[in-house]
Structure formats: C-alpha cells, structure tokens
Design a protein around this ligand. Structure first.
Ligand code: 5GP
Ligand code: MN
Length: 341
C-alpha cells in the first residue's frame, strides 16, 4: 500500500484545522464505490465541523439511496446553477474514484475553473495530473478503502462511526464483488473488521444493495443471459443488450450493474464483455472484465476510448451495436495467444 506523501498530509491537516467549504465529487454514473467513498468522506468532514457536500454529475441507482447522507446529495445535471455556485465558492474540492476530470462529465469545466484546492483520491490506473494533492494507489481494491486510510493518515480513526462506516463498507463490498476480487487483502478485511466493530450491520447493507431487485431487472438478467455468447478459441464470453430489450424490461439506472460478471463465471472464460446500447447518448457502453494477467485497462484504452483497472474497465463505441461487436471480434485475433496462455 502506498501512503499519501507525509508533507501533503501535513498540509491537508493544516488546511482542515479550521472550518472549510468542501465539495466532494464522484464520477459520472456513480456506482457503489463512488457514492460510498464520497458520502463516507463527507460524513467524516462534517463531523470535523466542515461544511461538506457531495455533488454528483448525474443521478445514481436506487439501491444506493439509503447510504447515510444520501438525502443531501446535489445532482449537477438536475440542479446546475446551485451546484456550480457551490463549486466556485468551495475552498477544497475532493474528486473521488476517478482518474481524469472528463470522467465527471459536464462538471469538468466548473471544477477546472474553480480556485479551490483540489484533492484526488483514486485507485484507477494512470491518473491525470489536475489535483494539487494526489492520493493514488492502484493496488487498493476500492476508493472507500482509500478514504479509510486517508482518515487513518489524518490520525482520526476514532471519528469513524456508523454513518461513515456504512458508506465505506458499501463501496468496499461492491468494488470487490463481496470480498472476492484479487485486490481484497488482509488489510481490506481488517478495515471491514473495524467498521463492523463500530456498529456497521453488514447483513443490512448486503440486503439493501443486492436484494432489492425489481421484477423487471431479474427478467432483464434472464434476457442478458439468453444473449450470452462464448468464443471458445478466445476464452471470451460476451453479452449484448439492445435499447429495445432495456425498454421492454422497464430499465432503471443500475439494472445492468454486475451483469458482465456472469460472463466471467462461465467455465473456461478469461475475458468477459457486455455491450449496452444507449440510444440517448448514441453510443454503445462497454464493460470489460478479465481473470489473471489479461489487461483490460490497456484493451479498453487502445480500442474503445476507455480505461479503468487491469481486471475491470469500461469504454464506448460510436458504431452501432452490430458493428461494435464485429469490430470487437476482429480485434480479438490479435490477443488469441495471450488469452490462451
Ligand atoms: P464499469 O464497466 O463498471 O462501468 O467500469 C469498470 C471500471 O472501469 C470502473 O472502475 C470504472 O470507473 C472504469 N471505467 C469505466 N468506463 C471508463 C472510461 O470510459 N474511462 C476510464 N478511464 N475508466 C472507465
Ligand atoms: Mn472504485
């Protein structure tokens, strides 16, 4: 684990030694780790007496809307002028769970234009250089675990309570697929143990996030699994969903989250992909997952305008669904030996 630079921590301790106006920002289409880390940090900074708020670029899934502090989250897309006033008046802006400012969509320019001190906390590969203070560590499973270590470096672990703990537990749980991905370490489990010790009810969190499926979502899963293809020579499984299929199952934000992992659960699969048609944005949103050494961060960056982590990344395509899949399949031959090694 990489700690944040000592001098940077001392600076931040000094800056935060009196009340500040703080804005905390997750990436666009925030997931469990993005909302957990921003709300966890927000609850912590409020406890220290700062005026802190989370501003998300756009809305996030219902299954995250129980996290303590969720009712005060401002959505930039829905409340642009109020959000931008807060951004321009902020003393500090924390950007969490992303590595490039364009990942927060239309908030990019207002954040760039704000005179606030910027702090990045993130675990994605190849971070851009826009923040004054950077805590980046690609070996940590989640930004939520990094926020815990940040609080630890600030010598404030005793401030961790249920409100902070529930938020941080959520993102550690979702980014590790419930503590099974390879970056889940003994340290991760010690962090979780501490959160349970302060009173976090883990069953409550698992239920709130995973056992609140709508009927439509379960049927959409059935549709996605029905569309699953396996390219045996490439050890590659892929799923596609058309806009029509999404519509006919009453698609709600978050409904496709995690579907890509089913492809990876297929015996013999090393690489799994989901292609989702986004009629509104006119793009195909793609998620990539892999097992072992196959690097999907590089794959997404090289071919699909995206990035992320070695074993989990995302990207996009401006071609239609059929042509995107055809392009993908044609590229795969370059990787045949790597996928079979
Ligand atoms: P997902 O497939 O769940 O959308 O994303 C998987 C991982 O890749 C997440 O950590 C996400 O933040 C990252 N990611 C997704 N899309 C992009 C993208 O377009 N660019 C970059 N740099 N990272 C992405
Ligand atoms: Mn994350």
């Amino acid at each position: 684990m990489l700690a944040m630079n000592k001098a940077d921590i001392l600076d931040l301790k000094k800056i935060l030694s009196n009340p500040k106006k703080v804005v905390i920002v997750p990436h666009k289409n925030p997931d469990g780790d993005a909302m957990g880390s921003t709300l966890g940090l927000c609850n912590y900074l409020k406890k220290l007496g700062h005026s802190a708020m989370v501003i998300a670029p756009n809305d996030y899934p219902e299954f995250l809307k129980w996290i303590p502090g969720t009712k005060d989250v401002l959505i930039h897309e829905e409340n642009t002028s109020v959000a931008e006033a807060h951004i321009s008046q902020a003393d500090l802006i924390f950007t969490l769970d992303f590595n490039a400012l364009h990942r927060c969509g239309t908030m990019e320019i207002p954040i760039e234009n704000s005179a606030a001190i910027k702090v990045m906390i993130d675990h994605h590969q190849q971070p851009d250089d826009y923040a004054t203070y950077v805590y980046s560590d690609v070996s940590i499973c989640s930004t939520c675990e990094m926020v815990y270590h940040f609080i630890e470096m600030m010598d404030d672990l005793e401030h961790i309570d249920v409100a902070i703990g529930e938020a941080l537990y959520t993102g550690i749980m979702t980014d590790t697929a419930s503590f099974r991905f390879s970056l889940t370490t003994s340290t991760t489990h010690r962090v979780i143990a501490h959160l349970i010790d302060v009173g976090v009810e883990k069953t409550h969190i698992h239920n709130a996030v995973y056992d609140t499926n709508s009927f439509g979502r379960l049927q959409l899963m059935g549709c996605a699994l029905n569309n699953l293809k396996f390219l045996e020579p490439f050890k590659t499984a892929y799923i596609s969903l058309t806009n029509k299929e999404l519509d006919s199952h009453d698609f709600q934000k978050g409904d496709t989250e995690g579907l890509v992992n089913y492809g990876l659960s297929l015996k013999g699969a090393k690489f799994a992909v989901i292609f989702i048609e986004h009629k509104q944005e006119g793009i195909i949103k793609i998620s990539f997952r892999s097992k072992g050494d196959f690097d999907v961060n590089t794959f997404a960056r090289t071919h699909f305008n995206g990035g992320g982590h070695k074993n989990a990344s995302g990207g996009r395509s401006n071609l239609n669904l059929e042509d995107t899949i055809a392009k993908f399949i044609s590229i795969l031959s370059e990787y045949k030996s790597e996928l079979n090694s």
